[in-house]
Ligand binder design. Structure first.
Ligand code: FAD
Ligand code: SF4
Length: 510
């Protein structure tokens, strides 16, 4: 009796229980399909990285003795969508059983379930054995609450998984070291080399191009930097804990034109395709901290653990609690188009130029660039969240719907009306100047609010709060903003609104 087991491109978990036994009656199936590459425009590095990781994973399975069918994108029998390919494969292999892992994407989960129900073959679905919290964890913890509080979720996860605890209490006496962790990068600590595996992918990229797939961004001259095998993923993890963890927390909110990567881990791709397990990442960081207490403070470690055990698991829980409604939410009813320079980086605003250009170059920007530079501007400019989503989902190496849409609509665009974020993450130039070094080389002046050299963030910031007063005024974390606005003279307020209106009319020229 033959069993066909489907493996998706983000299900490359080498330690999954499926692979413990080699069984000649089991055929694993992986496929590259247009259905995944064509809906929106993706970064060329993202498509290449997924395909390269899938191909390497299939090869590793074969070398361990498993039977594998791999449909390349240009394979003559590839029908370019999961279900038609599966139907044909089930027939060709005369399979009597079909099994799949629960997908992380809502739609695909439904479609695979529907497909399985329509089969005459036996079917079975298993967990991907990757996440530390169940899909329903957030829903259960916050049942009827209006907001989902990450900090409460994170503390519960620390308890449940016994991470950084001493006699049931947080190690170091505090749950949260955010206050110690928010420094501007001043050059005092030398910048580490960015991780780069130099994977040779030119043939794969040529195949993708020859198939007419529309992509964005470019490849780096010295190959693909991202880890695409289990061995590379392990080495990326070691590289991070050795060289960047010692300063991770201190500079996690910093913005600098001197580096695209700062002290970030660069592990999101390996984690999201499941080459790395979140628990092993956390354990590796803790082990390194125990080994080098003089180099790595608890604040650095906790800042990192919070991202993986807290934010990542929490936002996945939000996704499963809120889909499918979540991805169409638009609390502010924003409708503006995304400025055209988001696709090219051709803007005079230095902070945006830097964040967008590095995203096009590396398919990567760190969290604060995504949140406080590109996300901040899109929200101030009133861009429709669909357009913001399509950009984030396309451009980043790690972008998958469950983690992209919750970060973009929830964290960044406040499109869920405050379920995830307690207030909109917006700022004027003041914050960007404080946390970064972009303003000194910019055409615009962060101190000016109106006039040809005024930083656009300034008037757009006030315009945003002014036009959404009825939705935001009662938020206790925002009251101060309206008190400052009201204290300004009428003429100043008018001038700011007029400035913002002019900017909105010439968005593409900024
Ligand atoms: P580090 O800064 O080193 O953090 C360590 C790890 O923690 C990351 O690898 C990631 O797995 C996890 N993590 C940290 N912050 C978050 C978060 N907010 N949500 C989930 N996991 C987190 N992350 C994605 O993986 N995919 C996305 O599509 C994505 N889209 C985003 C869109 C917006 C608008 C914003 C503001 C954030 C987005 N993030 C996304 C979260 C975060 O920016 C990236 O996980 C991070 O920048 C990846 O780089 P890193 O591995 O160097 O992370
Ligand atoms: Fe960005 Fe304004 Fe600073 Fe220019 S002046 S870098 S646009 S914050």
């Amino acid at each position: 009796m033959t069993t066909l087991r489907l493996l998706l491109g983000d299900q490359l978990n080498p330690h999954h229980s499926w692979f413990r036994q080699v069984n000649s009656e089991v055929v694993y199936v992986l496929m590259e399909v247009r259905e995944e590459t064509d809906g929106i425009r993706h970064h060329i590095q993202k498509i290449v990285a997924f395909f390269a990781a899938m191909r390497a994973f299939a090869q590793a399975l074969r070398e361990s003795g498993h039977r594998v069918v791999y449909l390349e994108l240009d394979h003559p029998e590839n029908q370019q969508n999961f279900l038609d390919n599966l139907k044909a494969l089930l027939r060709n292999h005369q399979a009597q059983r079909f099994e799949w892992m629960l997908p992380d994407q809502w739609d695909l989960g439904l479609r695979l379930r529907g497909f399985a129900e329509g089969l005459e073959a036996e079917t079975g679905c298993v967990d991907s054995e990757h996440f530390l919290a169940g899909r329903e964890a957030v829903q259960l913890q916050f049942q009827d609450k209006k907001t989902y509080v990450m900090e409460a979720f994170y503390r519960q996860m620390r308890q449940k998984h016994q991470v950084l605890l001493e006699d049931g209490k947080p190690q170091g006496g505090r749950w949260n070291f955010d206050q110690d962790n928010r420094r501007r990068y001043d050059g005092a600590v030398p910048l580490p080399e960015g991780m780069h595996f130099g994977n040779e992918v030119s043939e794969l990229a040529a195949m993708i191009r020859s198939q007419g797939i529309k992509t964005l961004g470019g490849l780096e001259a010295n190959g693909l930097r991202w880890p695409v095998t289990r061995l590379q993923a392990e080495s990326a993890l070691q590289d991070f804990v050795r060289h960047r963890l010692p300063h991770f927390g201190t500079y996690q909110d910093a913005l600098t034109s001197r580096s695209s990567f700062l002290f970030h881990s660069l592990l999101s791709f390996a984690l999201n395709v499941k080459l790395l397990h979140p628990r092993e990442v956390i354990d590796a960081a803790i082990r390194e901290w125990e080994r080098r207490p003089e180099d790595i403070s608890l604040a650095q470690l906790e800042g990192f653990v919070r991202q993986i055990l807290g934010w990542r698991e929490y936002l996945r829980g939000v996704y499963w609690a809120q889909m499918p409604e979540y991805r169409v939410r638009n609390h502010f009813q924003h409708s503006a188009p995304l400025p055209s320079w988001y696709w090219t980086g051709e803007t005079r605003m230095k902070c945006l130029q830097h964040a967008i250009r590095q995203s096009l170059d590396h398919a990567y920007a760190h969290h604060i660039q995504r949140l406080m530079v590109t996300g901040n501007f899109a929200l101030l400019a009133g861009v429709h969240p669909d357009e913001v989503d399509a950009w984030y989902l396309g451009i980043y190496i790690d972008a998958l719907e469950w983690v992209e849409v919750t970060n973009t609509r929830g964290m960044s665009q406040f499109a869920d009306g405050g379920l995830v974020a307690t207030k909109p993450y917006v700022s004027s130039a003041n914050y960007l100047q404080k946390m970064g070094d972009y303003c000194s080389g910019c055409t615009y002046d962060p101190k000016q609010k109106t006039g040809p050299r005024a930083c656009p963030f300034n008037s757009l910031y006030w315009d945003f709060f002014h036009r959404h007063r009825n939705l935001l005024e009662r938020n206790p974390r925002i009251g101060m903003v309206y008190r400052t606005w009201d204290r300004m003279g009428v003429a100043s307020r008018e001038a700011l609104l007029q400035e913002a209106s002019g900017l909105k009319q010439r968005m593409d020229q900024l």
